[in-house]
Design a protein around this ligand. Structure first.
Ligand SMILES: Nc1ncnc2c1ncn2[C@@H]1O[C@H](COP(=O)(O)OP(=O)(O)OP(=O)(O)O)[C@@H](O)[C@H]1O
Ligand SMILES: [Mg+2]
Ligand SMILES: [Mg+2]
Length: 301
């Protein structure tokens, strides 16, 4: 097969591993910088151009679209879909998962466990917003945050009000979420490929920290999932319509709750923690699933 990896940087661990896994299985693999693709969207014969040439017809693409380039990146994926190329994650599903409010509303609608969550942009009654999710302690999140930045734990009602006021002053949309204390500063990253959890790791926050992000000093280890956790991860991926994603779960007293679903999950942490050839499993899934003109929109909402 001929596979293109859409990535801004060929030297990233995940990109390198996917290239390696593809080539070692006898596929032709190119890395294409998403942001350097351009196209004539009105052409009757859709194609994608890159560095002055028309790109060859790929059997499959693996979009690795960073959060900061979601908008243009998903347009490029959509163009590949129009040329009949199979994308492991379709453009609609990537856009859906990138919108935090939309994805949390969808997960909730499907009855998937979630921390009690409120969202707001400019509430007139901040105290009511906080009480509405059960009162302090609460976790307050900037909608545009990433790698744990913009995620704050407010222990008291007063602290929560002050933080929300500060975020309101920045004209930002926020999430206010029940604090899952019993998770003990850890979360579980489940890698779902083709409707199965193929690898999972537990991330534990550094001492004195509640955010388990590896970028915030968290450490990863192997974990055994319960059947309920497995099902929650698979259901969340299905709701998003993603064939390949990372589902982040907290272990709460009421069972597993989903925090978010990531459509371009990093491979380094999970391959190191589990010692599994995750990249290889992704390529194997593509080899099995990629058929021309096979972009069917999965999921609704
Ligand atoms: N409601 C919560 N209860 C307990 N811990 C939480 C809660 N929400 C977040 N955390 C902790 O904070 C970390 C960061 O939160 P979250 O994943 O929502 O934001 P982010 O990592 O900045 O976003 P992204 O993953 O998109 O970069 C989580 O991994 C988890 O350890
Ligand atoms: Mg996170
Ligand atoms: Mg996220």
């Amino acid at each position: 097969m001929r596979i293109a990896i859409l990535s801004r940087n060929a030297n990233l661990y995940s990109t390198k591993r996917l290239v390696e896994a593809g080539r070692s299985r006898g596929h032709e693999v190119d890395v294409i910088d998403t942001m350097h693709c351009y196209m004539d969207i009105t052409s009757a014969k859709p194609s994608v151009r890159y560095k002055g040439k028309r790109l060859p017809k790929y059997d499959a693409i693996i979009p690795r679209i960073g959060a900061s380039v979601s908008f243009y990146g998903t347009a490029v994926v959509r163009q590949f879909e129009m040329t009949g190329t199979y994308s492991i994650n379709e453009s609609v599903a990537i856009s859906r998962s990138r919108d935090k409010l939309r994805s949390l509303q969808l997960l909730s609608r499907k009855g998937i466990g979630m921390p009690r969550t409120g969202f707001a942009h400019h509430p007139d009654k901040i105290d009511d917003l906080i009480k509405n999710v059960g009162g302090a302690p609460v976790v307050i999140k900037l909608l545009e945050g990433t790698q744990g930045i913009g995620v704050v734990l407010a222990d008291t009602q007063k602290a929560a009000e002050a933080i929300i006021e500060a975020f309101m002053g920045l004209n930002a949309s926020i999430l206010v979420q029940e604090y899952i204390k019993e998770a003990g500063g850890s979360d579980i990253r489940c890698l779902v490929v083709g409707g199965k959890v193929i690898a999972a790791m537990k991330r534990q926050a550094a001492p004195g920290e509640f955010r388990s992000n590896l970028h915030r000093g968290g450490s990863a280890s192997l974990v055994r999932l319960s059947p309920a956790e497995r099902k929650t991860a698979v259901d969340a991926a299905k709701t998003m319509g993603l064939n390949c994603c990372g589902v982040d779960i907290l272990r709460s007293n009421n069972g597993p709750v989903v925090m978010e679903v990531n459509s371009s999950p990093g491979l380094e942490g999970i391959e190191t923690a589990t010692n599994k050839d995750v990249a290889g499993m992704i390529i194997d899934f593509i080899a099995k699933s990629a058929k021309p003109n096979n972009t069917k929109t999965k999921g609704t909402g």
